[in-house]
Design a protein around this ligand. Sequence first.
Ligand SMILES: NC(=O)c1ccc[n+]([C@@H]2O[C@H](COP(=O)([O-])OP(=O)(O)OC[C@H]3O[C@@H](n4cnc5c(N)ncnc54)[C@H](O)[C@@H]3O)[C@@H](O)[C@H]2O)c1
Length: 353
Amino acid sequence: MPNEQPILRAAVAGFGMAASCHAGAYRRIPGVQLVAAYSDYPERDRAAILAACGPDVRIFDDYDRFIGESGADIISVCTLPDRHAAQIVAAARAGKHVAAEKPICVCAEELEAVNSAVREAGVQFTACFQEFHYGAFLAGIDMVAQGLIGRVHLAEVDYYNGIGPWVQQYWWSRTRQHGVSSLVNCGCHAMMLLTLLMGGEMPEEVMSYRARSASAQFATYEFDPTQMSMFRWAGGRIGKVSSSLDAIQPYMFRVSAVGSEGSIVDDQFTTTRFAGLERARWSRMGARTIGDALVIGPDMYIDFLTSFTASIRSGVAMPRTSMDMAYRMHRMLFAADASAESGKPVAIAPIGA
Ligand SMILES: NC(=O)c1ccc[n+]([C@@H]2O[C@H](COP(=O)([O-])OP(=O)(O)OC[C@H]3O[C@@H](n4cnc5c(N)ncnc54)[C@H](O)[C@@H]3O)[C@@H](O)[C@H]2O)c1
């Protein structure tokens, strides 16, 4: 007799581009049933909801009823960033597992509330950094975790994007209320990769600077869209994150990590751990890179959400994008923003201090 797993019911709150990706992915994952959608503006979003979810989905415009009546086991929180914290807390308190789009919250106080609610509820949680669950980023993170380049003492991650008036998300990305800062808005992708390359170890200090393009196309940004943050860890390790939302160039997400036994640059690596490799040559990972996908679509979420359903079924925390790792990254991020605001270095307290 086959050992059938019980169906996991998923529901998605959004309802924009990210929500459509979650819904499209859930519909293609065996053992998952998409049961409900929530939107702040259900009439306006109805066509997008039906296209992504199919005709049988229940549509809610009241978040509490969506949580209470949808019958979902998993809630995907894909609303605008300033809604995330309250929606995650409500879902966790109702015993739902939560897949929350990045950023999971927009300030340090919200981060503590989210972290406490998820831990106290004992539910599984993932921050939605789907790009660390497949391809070259995953390979690089795993190489570091397995010691292939030894102890990393320098990591640099650069996120360059052009979120101007020609991009659908521009209307909210540019605002202090919804977009908040370069790091909160999109630079958190790069910050998460730095956190993972450093094994989740908390740095001791950050110094962060901000800048903005002289182009009139980005003039209505309510915060400086470019930011560079340098971190220092105990024991002689350093890292840097650049985040630019006002870059006039193709989207680029670049990484390098330098360790005691080799280096990684994007999808290339060197290591002394294998015999026969030559120091003057790069070896190439046979892996998809972030640049291989020109548009974000449900395909990019399938490995990630499949992994999350496995985490829910096994009760083992999600690899790489768990609450614990997301908490560490957001702590670093808010410290960097505090540094940029004050123009001074900011000390980062150890976890639990
Ligand atoms: N993981 C990723 O790669 C990735 C990619 C894109 C977006 N995201 C995240 O997903 C979340 C949602 O982003 P998105 O790109 O789906 O947004 P979007 O612009 O596609 O969707 C916006 C949605 O917000 C709602 N909304 C709320 N207030 C509104 C208002 N005043 N006017 C119009 N619409 C309003 C609407 O329901 C609308 O459908 C964000 O947190 C974003 O950072 C993540």
